[in-house]
Design a protein around this ligand. Structure first.
Ligand code: 6PG
Length: 222
């Protein structure tokens, strides 16, 4: 079952999401001395990541991965790892970052990243975003990548630029111990109503989710 944590404004949802992620990291490190965290792309996570970066956590025991990456050259302003560097990794000591080499092209990058994540049996937290069409990571409705059972998949003809991407697969995200999504704004209200109805969207195929949302995103029934 999805769990919904609704806040009056986006900033409060971002703070709560950062607190939840920090709690998960602390518990995981207390239990096994290391943790493996998947981070989202897009624009929604920025403030949450700033709040997370301010916390006093054993960052050297955290391994960071990406849910997806856009096939742009290294350093391109639209890459997800550039957003993550800017909002989190540049603010914490010794970040153990496992970037997706999307500059190699979707197929080759997916092959490389499958080897990178192979030692990680199960991610501890998959922190993801969601698009207005119900996509998550780079898993878009009606895209062939949804049927690809490999752990990391190439994505072509993505409806959100760029059309070539790399993504963790549905099965990899579903295997994570816990999933969380931070999303906000009236623009996401319609798709969230469909998600609450259980519509067969990619975001509804990855397992139970801890949703951190603002009231504007929860404002519309179907
Ligand atoms: C990407 C992301 C994608 C993103 C959603 C939401 O590469 O764009 O991985 O899954 O999280 O599209 O994006 P916003 O947070 O910008 O709405």
């Amino acid at each position: 079952m999805h769990k919904w944590f609704v806040y009056g404004e986006f900033d409060k949802a971002s703070i709560a999401a950062a607190d939840f992620l920090a709690q998960q990291i602390e518990a995981c490190i207390k239990q096994k001395g290391i943790c493996h965290i998947v981070l989202p792309g897009g624009s929604s996570p920025a403030n949450c990541l700033h709040y997370l970066a301010k916390k006093n956590l054993p960052w050297n025991q955290v391994n960071w991965y990406l849910g997806d990456e856009r096939c742009y050259p290294v350093g391109h302003a639209e890459r997800n790892d550039v957003m993550l560097d800017k909002n989190l990794w540049s603010h914490i000591s010794t970040p153990n970052v496992h970037r997706i080499p999307a500059e190699l092209g979707a197929e080759q990058a997916a092959k490389v990243y499958r080897e990178v994540i192979k030692p990680v049996e199960v991610f501890d937290v998959a922190f993801l975003g969601m698009g207005e069409d119900g996509h998550t990571a780079s898993l878009f409705p009606d895209n062939d990548a949804l049927q690809d059972t490999r752990s990391v998949v190439p994505v072509y003809e993505a409806p959100k630029a760029p059309d070539e991407r790399v993504s963790l697969s549905i099965s990899t995200i579903k295997k994570a111990k816990c999933r969380m999504v931070l999303t906000a704004g009236a623009g996401k209200a319609k798709i969230l109503a469909h998600i609450r109805e259980g519509d067969p969207l990619p975001i509804n195929m990855i397992g139970d989710i801890n949703w951190y949302v603002d009231e504007a995103a929860m404002s519309t029934g179907i």
